[in-house]
Design a protein around this ligand. Structure first.
Ligand SMILES: NC(=O)c1ccc[n+]([C@@H]2O[C@H](COP(=O)([O-])OP(=O)(O)OC[C@H]3O[C@@H](n4cnc5c(N)ncnc54)[C@H](O)[C@@H]3O)[C@@H](O)[C@H]2O)c1
Length: 469
């Protein structure tokens, strides 16, 4: 276990409140790139901090272990003494969770800001010197105003500057994204104090990010841009998924359509991959938050437009289930289905809002027996499915997981699923054997020839029951 004691004098001290998927990797990157800064990450969750200080980090992210190993105990520290750290640090990132509100006004849409507000109050209570407070969490536009009001509500002896610095990294490629971001966005008040604070944060990122990629803006633009970026990304996924439904009706192939459309330089090819829908902790909550904000400001049509992105995502998941049910003779009762992949995307163990959650619940509701397999997400899957009733089991080894199964549903695009020995898998399964490739990642023709009935998303089915046109 790494020492948690700072060892020498450092030029600057940085604190991050919230040691989650964002706080941990972003601060590890700052510590790596700024060896003369001391970076401390605190969290109310003691187990998480213990895990950050152990050999098994609380999150899986390619490349993260190596960076933490290089910096932890030198200029990167994970601790639980939040109040003391607030007193000791003058640059404070706030990277706490901002889930969708589940109660009261705005439930199901608005962001639950209680963790952010508690953090602001804690900063106020424990500050005796001027602080720069940086919103790293994704927040509704105008949250900085609430932050400022809380921070300024003290006796006025301590000066605070609030900045917005939303994080654009994606899980699964966080380290790559943090090392070489498309842009870093820093918003501030357009006052002398705000601009000075902004300059200080620019200097930190400029240690490794090309200054041309560091965008500064007014604080409201910065807050809003993060919600809008996520909404645009999710919208592309829902757009291509909506067309995948049309492809299945017309024998067009969604991959060919996406290629033809995406090679138009005005459109671009990224995020045009059809599948079972987007997941993750951010897209859904951020769009719903955007919808809430639009309604709050009386922009009903704008709200409806963005809400449809979420509706198509739900439709795509339900469509996947209806397809399984229909192709498997309208009954799943007593049939064994292997869910290959439970993480919301490849290269992460994160299962938050994973389409696999909804799909597994629906399979169980049809009285199917479900075996979940995933190389990194089984622990989280077991937590998220803990209260579920029905026949559910977990098996990391895909060859064991498929034994006796009637069907496989591929729900995460783990590259290892491309490499599996599908002949061996076919032999181990009940017949007729079905594959529903919710990520379009396996060789469909090859699996069809092995004997599987193959149902991709947005592509003609390869079925031994239906004549191929
Ligand atoms: N996960 C992503 O890919 C991603 C990407 C960009 C932005 N974001 C945004 O960043 C924010 C954090 O997301 P995350 O995925 O890291 O969440 P997370 O749940 O993994 O981490 C948040 C952490 O904050 C801690 N926390 C909550 N209240 C606290 C308090 N008062 N004091 C100390 N710690 C506290 C929690 O214990 C938790 O460990 C969210 O607003 C999210 O929308 C997330």
């Amino acid at each position: 276990m790494a020492s948690t004691k700072p060892q020498k004098k450092f030029r600057k001290k940085i604190l991050c409140i919230g040691a989650g998927y964002v706080g941990g990797p972003t601060m590890a990157m700052i510590a790596l790139k700024c060896p003369d800064y001391i970076v401390t990450v605190v969290d109310i969750n003691e187990d998480k901090i213990n895990s950050w200080n152990s050999g098994k980090l609380p999150i899986f992210e390619p490349g993260l272990d190596e960076i933490v190993r290089k910096t932890r105990g030198k200029n990167l520290f994970f601790r639980t003494d939040i109040e003391q750290q607030i007193r000791d640090n003058d640059i404070i990132f706030v990277s706490v969770n901002t889930p969708t509100k589940t109660f009261g006004s705005g439930a199901g849409y608005a962001a639950d800001l209680q963790f952010v507000e508690k953090t602001a109050r804690l900063i106020l209570e424990n500050s005796t010197s001027p602080k720069i407070v940086i919103e790293k969490s994704t927040l509704p536009v105008k949250t900085a105003l609430a932050m400022e009001r809380i921070l300024m509500s003290g006796k006025g002896r301590v000066k605070f500057e609030v900045l917005s610095n939303p994080e654009f990294m994606a899980e699964g490629s966080a380290i790559k994204d943090l090392e070489n971001p498309d842009r870093v966005l820093i918003g501030s008040r357009e006052t002398a104090g705000g601009i000075a604070a902004r300059r200080l944060l620019v200097d930190i990122y400029a240690r490794w990010v090309d200054t041309g990629k560091i965008i500064t803006s007014n604080i409201w633009s910065s807050e809003l841009s993060k919600l809008v970026a996520n909404a645009f990304l999710a919208q592309r996924v829902s757009s291509i998924n909506s067309i995948s439904a049309l492809c299945e009706k017309t024998d067009a192939d969604i991959s060919e359509v996406a290629k033809a459309v995406g090679t138009d330089s005005r459109i671009g090819g990224k995020f045009l991959v059809a599948g079972v829908g987007f997941g993750g902790s951010c897209f859904r909550k951020d769009i719903l938050n955007l919808v809430y904000l639009c309604r709050f400001y009386g922009l009903q049509e704008v709200a409806d437009y963005w809400e449809s992105v979420v509706k198509i995502n739900e439709y795509q998941q339900e469509r996947f289930i209806i397809n399984i049910l229909g192709k498997m003779f309208n009954t799943l009762a007593g049939k064994k289905i292997c869910v290959l992949g439970f993480a919301f995307k490849a290269n992460t163990g994160d299962t938050r809002e994973s389409p696999a959650i909804y799909i597994t619940h629906r399979l169980l509701a049809e009285c199917a027996e479900v075996v979940i397999s995933d190389p990194k997400a089984l622990e989280n899957a077991a937590i998220v499915m803990a209260d579920t009733t029905g026949k559910l089991s977990y098996e990391e080894n895909p060859y064991e997981a498929v034994k006796g199964c009637h069907a496989i549903a591929i729900l995460t695009e783990w590259s290892l699923y491309k490499e599996l020995d599908y002949k061996k898998i076919f032999r181990a399964m009940a017949k007729p054997a079905f594959i529903f490739d919710g990520r379009n990642i396996i060789d469909h023709e090859k699996c069809y020839k092995i004997g599987f009935n193959v149902y991709p998303v947005g592509k003609p089915a390869l079925s031994h029951f239906e004549s191929r046109v």
